[in-house]
Design a protein around this ligand. Structure first.
Ligand SMILES: CC(=O)N[C@H]1[C@@H](OP(=O)(O)OP(=O)(O)OC[C@H]2O[C@@H](n3ccc(=O)[nH]c3=O)[C@H](O)[C@@H]2O)O[C@H](CO)[C@@H](O)[C@@H]1O
Ligand SMILES: C=C(OP(=O)(O)O)C(=O)O
Length: 425
């Protein structure tokens, strides 16, 4: 594990370019094994999740190369093999190998995924969808075994009981080469789902309605990549830099953003009094003056993203009065609270609500990035604080923030990573 060391109290200024979306990338990489040709992605973020997915690909004899933001994957010599459990457990999105392997081999054996510790994360809706498509699913000792027999998967009508990004994408991956028509109702509408559908359609798939709550898929026999797929910008990384810029910036421009993907977030910043200048694919954040307290409720897209409730929190400490956050998606996503309290923040969790009160100053401390977005909130708090903050378990941040030290230092932050030496006894 690494630790991130940040010297607070420096104002930030300049430009930052947002990378490709983690939550697209981590689905696109498993989706690539459905292709009968080599595949290329551009704007791939340099994050730990990508490197761990490459380890999983290698275990199946799938060659991949990641250079200058371009990831090339050749799945043409793929073989069925046990997947490396350490890499599978290192990220949530390894569950996409269930749908992708089913599509490729009509069967899959995958251990339960890891990912962020943000409360219970069941996969019952993924399994319900695989069963509806005709698969038999068994779970034993943390491993999910899915089989279809020689007939393979057959299209079906699937109503998801909860709006789930993962279950929607996994169903698409399983259904894209199934026989016949699949209809997913109550599908999630996140932009990353459209990105996956675009990639697959450009290879010959027939997926309609991605981005709405009804997705229709006509199964096809083969998928072949003809061009490089450029991954959409990461709206969560963008939201994190917007919050940081409003908290400690003296004028920061974010490039490579799709402002329409951030509307629920920018609306809240504007309500706080941040005078954003929103362009076609960039957002300028001027120095903030007086900030108003706000109320935030996380919702599926296009609502306020759960992944941004922690990154906006340090900014709320600067507002006049009490702000409230209710996370309806992950109510137990609270790992940042004790750490921010350690830095002197007036923040508490009360009746399934996070209450954030105005805080005059934060003091650097030794804190722990219990998960990716808790870590992101600590990075912003550390930049705001007096003195030095040491963020332990910073690998959780590196799971999803592309080149974060380079980006922070280019904005004049004083930040570095250090490896923690593990002494074996
Ligand atoms: C890799 C990836 O894309 N991760 C994102 C994805 O996670 P993930 O796909 O795991 O999240 P889901 O959209 O599936 O979860 C939404 C809600 O549905 C519940 N649920 C989900 C599946 C299921 O089978 N049963 C069930 O009850 C979850 O507990 C949660 O309360 O969407 C989350 C919600 O936007 C984000 O926080 C994550 O960053
Ligand atoms: C919860 C998140 O990621 P994951 O689903 O990959 O754990 C996140 O990106 O905030």
């Amino acid at each position: 594990m690494k630790k991130m060391i940040i010297e607070g109290g420096h104002r930030l200024k300049g430009e930052v370019t947002i990378g490709g979306a983690k939550n697209s990338t981590v689905a696109l990489i498993p989706a690539a094994i459905l292709a009968d040709s080599p595949v290329k992605f551009d704007m791939v973020p340099d994050i730990l999740d990508v490197h761990n997915l490459m380890v999983i690909l290698k275990s199946m004899n799938v060659y991949s190369k990641f250079e200058n933001g371009v990831l090339s994957i050749d799945p043409t010599e793929i073989v069925e093999a046990p997947l490396p459990s350490k890499a599978i457990k290192s990220l949530r999105a390894s569950y996409y190998f269930m749908g992708a392997l089913l599509g490729r081999f009509k069967r899959a054996i995958v251990s339960f995924p890891g990912g962020d510790n943000i409360g219970p994360r069941p996969i019952d809706q993924h399994i319900k969808a695989f069963r509806a498509l005709g698969a038999q699913v068994e779970e034993h000792d943390g491993t999910v075994k899915i089989e279809t027999g020689d007939t393979g998967l057959r299209g079906a009508r699937i109503f998801l009981d909860v709006v789930s990004v993962g279950a929607t994408i996994n169903t698409i991956l399983a259904a894209v080469k199934a026989t016949g028509r699949t209809v997913i109702e109550n599908a999630a509408k996140e932009p990353e789902i459209i990105d996956i559908a675009t990639f697959l359609n450009n290879m010959g798939a027939n997926i309609r309605g991605a981005g709405t709550d009804v997705i229709r898929i006509e199964g096809v026999a083969t998928l072949k990549a003809k061009a490089t797929h450029t991954i959409i910008p990461d709206r969560i990384e963008a939201g994190t830099y917007l919050s940081m810029a409003a908290a400690v910036g003296d004028g920061i421009t974010l490039n490579n953003v799709i402002p329409e993907h951030l509307e629920s977030f920018t609306a809240k910043l504007i309500e706080m009094g941040v005078n954003l200048k929103i362009g076609e694919d960039s957002i300028y954040v001027p120095k903030s003056n007086h900030l108003n307290a706000i109320q935030v409720k996380t919702m599926p897209f296009p609502g306020f993203a759960t992944d941004l409730q922690q990154p906006i929190t340090p900014l709320l400490l600067l507002a006049e009065g009490s702000s409230m956050i209710v996370d309806t998606i992950y109510p137990k996503r609270l790992k940042h609270i004790s750490e921010l309290q350690r830095m002197g923040a007036n923040i508490r969790s009360e009746d399934n609500m996070i209450v954030v009160d105005h805080t005059d100053k934060l003091i650097g401390a030794r804190v722990d990035a219990g998960e990716i977005r808790a870590g992101a909130s600590l990075v912003i708090a550390a930049l705001m604080a007096e003195g030095t903050t040491v963020i332990e378990d910073a690998d959780n941040i590196l799971r999803g923030y592309d080149s974060i030290i380079r980006k922070l230092t280019s904005l004049s932050a004083v930040a570095k990573l250090e490896n923690v030496q593990v002494v074996e006894s």
